[in-house]
Design a binder for this molecule. Structure first.
Ligand code: HEM
Length: 536
């Protein structure tokens, strides 16, 4: 097959076609004219410089336009090329071809990122890490746009702009009100109880990875695998690092941040340059359709994970990253990932966060690239041909031939034809939909603290201490006392001792113990009641 190459993947070969090694013997303008590139054209030996100097103007103009907007989130990232190889034939689970044959090496490009900081921020900050993988499969690109934490802060995409506005720099001063923690973030999360589970993960050692090579990856949402005969299962995607999971201690992270803000970027680059190729195992948790309502949380709720004790992760294949980009901007910066890019055999669910993401990525990428043609940029192009009737637009680099750009037509042979699923075309899983329009949360989404408690209880003593120390530090930097108090209110539902240990240090009242049924949607004491009684 075209994607099995001995020395690199089909994508590597394609990238070579677009790579330019600059000549050492001469320099030209962008239009091929050989020039002297280091002296501007002057009227006389001591100037002034002439407007006529197109060589100067072209060079400066290009420079003036070198930056594109950074990603609105996940602005800082590092990428690498590699390949994915299936362990076997999984066609009983999914008709996705890249999972059907262990002899196929599917090219991949992975971008790791932090979420909150701008493009020039430091690597070792406490934050969620993005783990986005583009599989250039024989059936088109599949993007698995995940994170290093298996759950998310919010349950509904409509809150995403609020979450990000709260976590990024404050709009009036353009810096967060204290080091990495700040009033706006904890204000938002203290008023959004669904975030508490993820807050614990981020404030634990998972929030400061040792290396991108030592990070897990998760698709977060529940997806679908659909087999050729249309049998389907729910799946959760997992990446498990061959190196195992590694974190920095908070003190180390802060020191490294000062000495080498590029620590993770350098680590990934050097490992690959030295032939120490990072590797992950790809696995899925499989949930049969008849199990959909058998959990004490909703499978569509992205603030919940499925404990591996309940549903084990089945390893399906491995990914190796073995080549650094030739050019950071052309590849890592210009790459686009979209949760909606799937191949036959992979489908979505009604998770309301996932549904909002399906809209957001293309929209933001058109903004970032000022064009609808960024799929033609080498790093984004699939390794299979693109045929459709889309035309024109800024930066169109493809020369489409013929007089016909519509379907159906009778004027031109070879114009794109519709591809029925029987010929390998994508087939949407025919989920039953319907019901009255409803703006709100399903009652099954009101279970806020049970998995936060499960997570806390799963930590070892030293990991608990790290989490407590991190929260004492971060909440101690929050200036508004009512925000600190609200955070303790939530933590009291997770674990009374945990909440008390933090409360004592950050100078807010120690709450009384609550023995609540955590799966019950209405807490024993309402947050308003609690705040009234305790806020000074
Ligand atoms: C970018 C993951 C939720 C909007 C990214 C990236 C990752 C990611 C890994 C970086 C991609 C890259 O390296 O280029 C996630 C995960 C989410 C989540 C795992 C929740 C489970 C959301 C939501 C929205 C959103 C709810 C909006 C409704 C964006 C945007 C970008 C982005 C606008 C920038 C994309 C670009 O400019 O190319 N996300 N995200 N994300 N995400 Fe998400």
């Amino acid at each position: 097959s075209e994607t099995t190459w001995q020395n690199g993947t089909a994508k590597d070969e394609e990238m070579k076609y677009f790579t330019r090694s600059d000549s050492k013997s001469f320099i030209t303008t962008n239009w091929g004219l050989k020039i002297n590139d280091s002296d501007s054209l002057k009227a006389g030996e001591r100037g002034p410089t002439l407007l006529e100097d197109l060589e100067l103007r072209e060079k400066i103009t290009h420079f003036d336009h070198e930056r594109i907007p950074e990603r609105v989130v996940h602005a800082r990232g590092s990428g690498a090329h590699g390949y994915f190889q299936s362990y076997g034939d999984w066609s009983n689970l999914t008709r996705a071809k890249f999972l059907s044959d262990p002899s196929i090496k599917t090219p991949v490009f992975v971008r790791f990122s932090t979420v909150a900081g701008p493009r020039g921020s430091s690597d070792t900050v406490r934050d969620v890490r993005g783990f986005a993988t583009k599989f250039y499969t024989e059936e088109g690109n599949f993007d698995l746009v995940g994170n290093n934490i298996p759950i998310f802060f919010i349950q509904d995409a409509i809150k995403f702009p609020d979450l990000i506005h709260a976590v990024k720099a404050e709009p009036d001063r353009s810096f967060p009100s204290a080091a990495s923690a700040h009033d706006t973030f904890y204000d938002f999360v203290s008023l959004s109880p669904e975030t508490i589970h993820m807050v614990l993960w981020v404030l634990s050692d998972h929030g400061i990875p040792r290396s991108y090579r030592m990070m897990q990856g998760f698709g977060v949402h529940t997806f679908r695998f659909i087999a050729e005969n249309n049998d389907w299962v729910f799946v959760k995607f997992h990446w498990k690092p061959k190196y195992g999971l590694g974190s920095l201690a908070w003190d180390e992270a802060q020191k490294i941040s000062g000495k080498d803000p590029d620590f993770h970027r350098r680590d990934l680059w050097e490992a690959i340059e030295n032939g120490d190729y990072p590797e992950w195992e790809f696995g899925v948790q499989i949930i049969k359709p008849n199990m959909e309502f058998k959990f004490d949380f909703d499978l569509l709720d992205p603030t919940k994970f499925i404990p591996e004790e309940l549903v084990p992760v089945i390893p399906l294949g491995k990914m190796v990253l073995n080549r650094n980009p030739d050019n950071f901007f052309a590849e890592t910066e210009q790459s686009v990932f979209h949760i909606g890019h799937v191949v036959p055999g992979i489908g979505f669910t009604n998770d309301p966060l996932l549904q909002g993401r399906l809209f957001s990525y293309l929209d933001t990428q058109i903004n970032r690239h000022h064009s609808a043609n960024f799929q033609n940029i080498p790093i984004n192009r699939p390794v299979v041909p693109i045929h459709n009737n889309q035309r024109d637009g800024f930066m169109q680099t493809v020369v489409n031939k013929g007089r016909v750009a519509y379907y159906p037509n009778s004027l031109q042979d070879g114009s794109p034809r519709l591809t029925p699923p029987s010929h390998g075309g994508y087939k949407t899983y025919g989920e039953q939909t319907g019901g009255r329009a409803f703006r709100g949360k399903s009652p099954s989404f009101f279970n806020f603290y049970s998995q936060a408690q499960l997570f806390y209880n799963s930590l070892t003593q030293i990991e608990k201490q790290h989490l407590i120390n991190a929260l004492r530090f971060e909440l101690g930097l929050v200036e508004t006392m009512s925000i600190r108090t609200r955070m303790i209110y939530h933590f009291n539902y997770v674990d009374h001792d945990f909440a008390s240990q933090i409360a004592r240090i950050i100078d807010v009242p120690v709450p009384t113990a609550i023995y609540a049924n955590l799966n019950n949607s209405s807490p024993a004491v309402s947050i308003e009641q609690y705040s009234r009684n305790t806020i000074r």
